[in-house]
Ligand binder design. Structure first.
Ligand code: DAH
Length: 347
């Protein structure tokens, strides 16, 4: 029996030493110390021993059990630590690896310029309004004093929805003048930015869809001086206090008199050439056209129920893309709509 106990002791201790996981340890605990385990089996035979042998064997059995239990505990601690260490190693986070930068987007360059223009006019007391892109020919043309047969009404220039040419995609933001005057009594200052549509092939300076910003001011005693003051102060805020402007006579059916406003070319400073070459920005003109404007035609005021004897006003309409191109030094209109992030990230 002594030999049996000694065998159990040796085998149990070495099997515990060889174990590598908590599950294995538990299996060994059952095998050696459990109710149906090896040690219990030996103890069950104690009854057969003589009275002198029994306490000696009992003592030995107890010390074997104690030794195995002790070993079990110490292996549990060791294996637990090893398991934890392996887990930590597997889940290790290397805090020295550089973080992944979250790329933050920003406003589209055209939106930036739009915001700038809006801020300026809101600062001057203008109300910003929005209107429909699907428009009635009545608002887009007729009530703006653009008569039947005018080239801009042509089917080759304008997108129509109906056979009778009464509904269309607006070709300009000017119909917002009519829509606003129908619902407001002077005095007022309004700004109406939005998309407009024309049957144009896309190239460096044309797109079938682009943006305009319409402005309208009506009050008593409004003059061309007010028009010039408002537009020059806006453009100088956008293009710099030293930028030079000029007004040229022009014709628009809905304003009288009408004009166009140009800015001196920022590239060639009005000379039209750079190092003996024709300036590519203004094509040798020395000036860049910015917008159309004029004093609201009395017929237009009248068609909206405003007395042209008492009130006068000025209106202007500018292309937002053109303005963004000048402001951001962009030389191809298509870049603005392609939305290639390599381009957009430059702003
Ligand atoms: N709607 C005109 C265009 O698209 C621009 C324009 C010119 C607007 C004169 C105006 C204006 O309000 O007074 O070419």
């Amino acid at each position: 029996m002594k030999q049996q106990l000694e065998n159990i002791r040796l085998q149990a201790l070495s099997s515990l030493d060889a174990a590598t996981s908590p599950a294995e340890l538990e299996e060994l605990r059952v095998k050696w110390l459990g109710k149906k385990g090896e040690l219990t089996a030996v103890l069950k035979m104690m009854g057969k021993l003589s009275a002198e042998e029994r306490p000696v064997m009992g003592q030995m059995a107890n010390s074997v059990r104690a030794e195995i239990e002790e070993k079990l505990e110490s292996r549990k601690t060791q294996i637990g630590a090893a398991v934890l260490e392996a887990k930590l190693a597997a889940e290790a986070i290397d805090v020295t690896i550089p973080g992944e930068a979250v790329t933050l987007g920003h406003q589209h360059p055209m939106n930036m310029v739009l915001q700038e223009v809006k801020d300026i006019f809101v600062g001057l007391g203008y109300q910003v309004v929005d209107g429909p892109e699907v428009e009635l020919a009545d608002y887009n043309f007729t009530r703006l004093n653009i008569e039947e047969g005018h080239p801009s009404r042509d089917r080759s220039d304008t997108f129509y929805f109906t056979d009778d040419d009464s509904v269309l995609l607006r070709t300009q933001t000017s119909p917002m003048q009519i829509r606003f005057m129908e619902n407001h009594k002077p005095p007022f200052c309004m700004l109406a930015p939005g998309r407009v549509f024309r049957k144009d092939e896309a190239d460096a300076t044309h797109s079938p869809m682009f943006h305009q910003i319409e402005g309208l001011v009506v009050d008593e005693h409004i003059t061309m001086g007010d028009l010039k003051g408002a537009l020059i102060s806006m453009m100088r805020k956008i293009y710099g206090a030293d930028s030079e402007m000029r007004f040229r006579p022009h014709h628009f059916p809905f304003t009288e008199p009408s004009c166009e406003m140009d800015m001196q070319c920022h590239k060639c400073h009005g000379t039209g050439e750079i190092d003996g070459q024709v300036c590519s920005t203004c094509h040798g003109e020395g000036w860049i056209e910015l917008l159309g404007a004029g004093m609201v035609h009395p017929k237009v005021l009248e068609s909206c129920g405003i007395d042209p004897e008492k009130y006068s006003g000025f209106a202007f309409g500018m292309g937002l893309e053109r303005m963004a191109m000048g402001r951001m030094r962009i030389n191809d209109l298509r870049l603005i709509f392609d939305n290639d992030v390599r381009f957009l990230n430059q702003f």
